[in-house]
Design a protein around this ligand. Sequence first.
Ligand code: CP
Ligand code: NVA
Length: 298
Amino acid sequence: MKHLLSIEELTAAQITGLLADAARLKAERGHHAEQPLAGQTWAMIFTKSSTRTRVSFEVGIRELGGKAIFLSKNEIQLGRGEPIKDTARVLGRMVHGAIIRTFAQEDVVDFAAYSGIPTINALTDDEHPCQILADLLTVQELLGSWEGKKIAFIGDGFSNMTISWMWAAKRLGFELAVGAPPEYQPSPDFLAKLDASNVTVTSDPAAAVAGAHVINTDVWLSMGQEDQKDKESAFGPFQVNADLLAGAAADHIVLHCLPAYRGKEITEDVLELHADTIFQEAENRLHAQKAVMAALAT
Ligand code: CP
Ligand code: NVA
């Protein structure tokens, strides 16, 4: 594994291997025997806002022995139009790895190709692979495994989070039900490419949640869509609330990648009832990403 650009490109063995490493790094936090990033500097290039991703990577890099440089797009020439391929060729000669949060998946792919250094997708419009690794780690910790479990994703059916979850289901074989308004469901072309009979898509949120062991949601307006307020009107029936969860498996858990908008995709009472799980999920970003960086470090 040279980069982490998507869940799509991972094999099941790579995913389970990273999760095993993440669990070990979590248990060994504070007394790591190895420092795989010792002497290294990793650049973090962010074009979108972040709390969890930024902090977990900066802390993770330090705990693995390295140093992070945070570069927001507007502080570097990228923000004034310098092409990603030139930025990549400069940084590739100076730093040892890169973590990129941006809009186009193509930019992360191009950065990896032109820089020649390990490159991690820290969220694009197409995928959020680091979050899904943390989510799977949380499922493993709380439910033992995803095998034989039904996972539901309620909300925007064609966002970075849903796309990454659909690829995780394809690779790992668990049942995934996506409940989304008709106009925000995965495209037929995407579903044909995914070609996964274990992934179903429905406009009926209750059907998606029925018997589910894991109920996952995310914002209705992803970063970059803030001016699409009219989009929200389609999502009312897709709020994760106590009524909707009444149809889930008795021992269900609720995941939210955060940030959460209470009263929109999730109610205050549901978020607070499941806060232990949701903030465990947030913490797991740190452990999952340390496993990724340790695997990629050269
Ligand atoms: N879940 C997540 O990626 O959070 P941030 O946007 O705060 O990094
Ligand atoms: N779908 C959300 C995820 C935030 C972590 C977004 O892209 O804004």
